[in-house]
Design a protein. Sequence first.
Length: 78
Amino acid sequence: MKFYIVKKDQQLEAIPAEEELLESYQNNNYKYVNIVSACNKQDALKRLPSMQKSNKKWVIIGVNIAVVSIFLTISTIN
């Protein structure tokens, strides 16, 4: 079965590949990301190319670096 992967803010959803359903999601400010073949919705999200999944990883790494930098700056001032 094919699923459309749609995204709103940072939330991914897998919906059955039906044009009417996709249009209704796009009317609710979802953006089309990709189409995948999978058994169910959870499997469809797992099959999404890793480029989409790695975005969260880089955000977390960036926040950690910022926190460590702020901590080091404060400790050197004192």
